[in-house]
Design a protein around this ligand. Structure first.
Ligand code: DGP
Length: 114
């Protein structure tokens, strides 16, 4: 928990969110500015600043995020496919410095990422 972190505050409930999924390791909620019919942010409950901070001590949270993504994709009706994105650092377009995975779907996405 980082008291200055927006997503830590959302996980802790002091900032409201539209929760989609929660377990011991993961919290998932709808993006405030959705880019597709389904746009869920999947967030580890541990404060990991970005993908650049993943290591052997915290990688269980990453695995749990992807286990959650499989469940959320099913519950959101994304059986025909979806995209998972993590922005990392300034050049990667990351605006909230707490690791998160964008789960995007509900529409046929283009083949290009950028
Ligand atoms: P990124 O640019 O990859 O760091 O993505 C951050 C995302 O977080 C962005 O798509 C908008 C979303 N976001 C920012 N503030 C809030 C918030 O207060 N609530 C929710 N639900 N989403 C937020």
């Amino acid at each position: 928990m980082n008291e200055n972190c927006l997503f830590c505050k959302i996980i802790g409930g002091s900032i409201p969110s539209s929760k989609v999924y929660e377990d011991e390791y993961v919290y998932a909620f709808r993006d405030i500015n959705p880019q597709a019919p389904v746009h869920v942010l999947v967030v580890p409950k541990a404060h990991i600043a970005s993908a650049a901070e993943i290591n052997t001590d915290n990688s269980v949270y990453v695995a749990k995020c992807f286990e959650a993504i499989t469940k959320i994709a099913a519950s959101e009706g994304l059986g025909s496919g979806y995209r998972v994105i993590t922005n990392c650092g300034e050049d990667g377009g990351q605006s909230v410095m707490h690791l998160h995975f964008h789960l995007i779907g509900g529409v046929k996405l283009g083949e290009k990422i950028i």
